[in-house]
Write a protein that binds this ligand. Structure first.
Ligand code: 9MR
Length: 575
């Protein structure tokens, strides 16, 4: 079955005359806009009628002529794109095409993303291992503790820890489950923690003002730092005495669709390696700066952990993670047999935290490259750090970092400002976790705005958030519990097995792409999905079904940039 938008709405074209698309309704950010934000409405089809925006008293506040028709290569649609940014007065508006009401009320106002920011951050609490989620915090998603992780078996490669089951056991409790599965992975925790701390670093006043009802273990911390500490504490348990850091804690195979408390298989701390160790070093160094003023002892402790990790990585630069044959959980490794970006990022964070010339010298040997941020390439995170903390670094490094961020942001704007859907996406954005690529692109644009105060970068960031919240061919928000249509069946074991109808709220699903890893292509694997990617258009290749771990799973490294992007727009527009 094809779950693309046109299949959903075939035959429902009772609205304006449309020549090329079965569905002719406006595609727009379903949560609304800040008064000064750019506001784009995408309309599939090619219709001679213009668009009218009316307030709830029926008064027309804006009238636009029908614009040119553009093709969007990623969905194969013809669309018309309307800019209604001139509507700035707070209120609720309705859209009319050829005098006909076409649905999708649009809210303009302050704080339209506030609930989304809180829910996307609260989701990290729902992902906590080793503790029960109590009803006073978790409501109907309350559940028992899963994975105490107080007896995790070391699965190593060196003499001391060779192979699995040699008897060495560690405690590796706390932390967040990575995604729809119950693994805890250092590489992915790295970029996630960075992104969440970046909210705090870039928008401290806004971050300090946020609360979302989680248990308080460290009442003097802001809630964001309380939540992040829960994962930092787990990460610390993953460091071996020699400074090296294990890749992940997981079972050997993925569990079935059960609640955390019912996944009883043995858990392993699997293989120290250079990328995990450097990602650990980078975020511990970053966190040591962020936590310094509120908890000096903790800050000192994690900075030492960061330095020990970096020293280990320098001694083992070629020790990459290789997934053992008997391990089937996430590998977070293929495509990343290159530690340069991790070295760059760790050296940048460690220099800022310690001011030891040694780290800056390393960074100078290994300059920035212009790559978008994701778990397999953290170069951009190093560039963010050096560009924004310019007082700490040598001038030529700062210039190179700024150039890296701004070049990438300019590439994104060039595409975003001219594409039919007003989305800064490249062909390579359409991969597993495509929605996070859009969110991470938004993060680059926000950083470019912070560096230049040029509002067009903020408009580019808005384009990314709009896509995730409804300005897409599926006419849905990709965030559970938000908007008038959102994923109902995410690949998320707790939501699948908790007997609660609504999925846990605030989760960004991975999004469309043509990888087809979860499709039953040869008709043999009947636990896999029907062919939802028949159209061969990446933006349509999505299914809201729990079978789809490739398009409908959730993950911490996808929620974090969503939270960052929504928080950035809130903090900037409402300051
Ligand atoms: O986000 C990861 C994506 O980039 C990879 O292509 C994919 C396959 O290796 O794995 C994704 O990460 C998954 C991880 O391996 C295990 N937990 C769930 C993650 C999200 O699907």
């Amino acid at each position: 079955m094809n779950f693309s938008k046109s299949a959903f709405f075939a035959g429902a074209a009772s609205v304006a005359v449309s020549f090329s698309s079965a569905f002719a309704g406006p595609l727009v950010n379903q949560l609304g806009f800040a008064p000064d934000a750019e506001k784009i409405v995408v309309y599939p089809g090619s219709d001679a009628n213009g668009l009218e925006v009316r307030d709830l008293n029926g008064k027309t506040v804006l009238k636009l002529k029908a614009p040119m028709v553009y093709d969007w290569e990623y969905s194969g649609e013809e669309v018309q794109t309307f800019d209604i940014s001139a509507v700035k007065k707070p209120g609720t508006y309705r859209l009319f095409r050829g005098k006909e009401y076409v649905g999708t009320p649009i809210v303009v106002g302050k704080n339209v993303y506030d609930d989304l920011v809180k829910a996307s951050l609260k989701w990290f609490y729902y992902q906590r291992a080793s503790m029960p989620l109590e009803p006073q915090y978790a409501g109907k998603w309350a559940r028992a503790a899963g994975h105490k992780d107080n007896r995790v078996i070391v699965y190593g490669t060196d003499k001391a820890t060779g192979g699995k089951g040699n008897g060495q056991v560690i405690k590796s409790d706390r932390g967040w489950y990575d995604a729809g599965d119950y693994g805890k992975y250092i590489v992915n925790s790295g970029i996630t923690v960075f992104t969440l701390l970046e909210i705090y670093e870039n928008f401290p006043k806004y971050a300090d003002s946020l609360t979302w009802n989680i248990p308080r273990e460290f009442p003097k911390y802001p809630e964001l730092l309380e939540e992040v500490r829960y994962n930092l504490d787990w990460m610390l348990t993953m460091q071996d005495k020699d400074g090296g850091v294990y890749h992940k804690v997981s079972t050997l195979r993925f569990s079935g669709s059960v609640l955390p408390e019912n996944d009883k298989d043995a858990r392993y701390a699997i293989i120290k390696n250079v990328t995990a160790t450097l990602d650990f070093a980078a975020v511990m160094a970053q966190a040591s700066v962020v936590y310094k003023n509120i908890d000096k002892a903790y800050s000192d402790k994690i900075l030492k952990a960061a330095e020990d990790a970096y020293a280990w990585a320098k001694m083992h630069p070629q020790q990459f993670y290789k997934q053992p044959a008997d391990v089937q959980t996430g590998s977070y490794a293929p495509g990343d047999e290159n530690g340069k970006d991790e070295f760059r990022w760790a050296a940048a964070e460690l220099y800022r935290a310690t001011k030891k010339q040694y780290y800056q010298d390393d960074l100078k040997q290994n300059l920035f490259t212009p790559d978008g941020a994701w778990w397999g390439n953290v170069n951009m995170l190093a560039a963010f750090r050096v560009a924004l903390d310019s007082a700490d670094f040598d001038k030529e490094l700062v210039a190179a970092a700024k150039k890296t961020v701004l070049n990438e942001a300019n590439n994104l704007r060039a595409v975003g400002d001219t594409s039919a859907y007003r989305l800064p996406a490249f062909p390579w954005s359409w991969n597993w976790g495509s929605n996070s690529a859009m969110a991470n692109n938004g993060m680059v644009l926000v950083h470019a705005y912070l560096l230049t105060k040029d509002k067009s970068y903020l408009d580019g960031a808005q384009q990314c958030l709009d896509y995730l919240l409804g300005k897409n061919p599926q006419d849905m928000t990709y965030v559970t519990g938000f908007g008038y249509r959102s994923p109902r069946n995410p690949h998320h074991r707790p939501s699948e097995s908790d007997m609660v109808d609504d999925p846990v709220p605030g989760m960004l699903v991975g999004g469309p792409h043509l990888g087809k890893q979860d499709i039953n292509l040869d008709g043999k694997e009947n636990w896999k999905c029907p062919n939802y990617a028949a159209a061969d258009k990446p933006a349509l290749a999505y299914i809201d079904n729990r079978c789809s771990y490739a398009t409908n799973e959730v993950a911490i490294n996808w929620n974090a940039p969503l939270a960052y992007l929504a928080a950035a727009l809130e903090a900037i527009y409402n300051k």
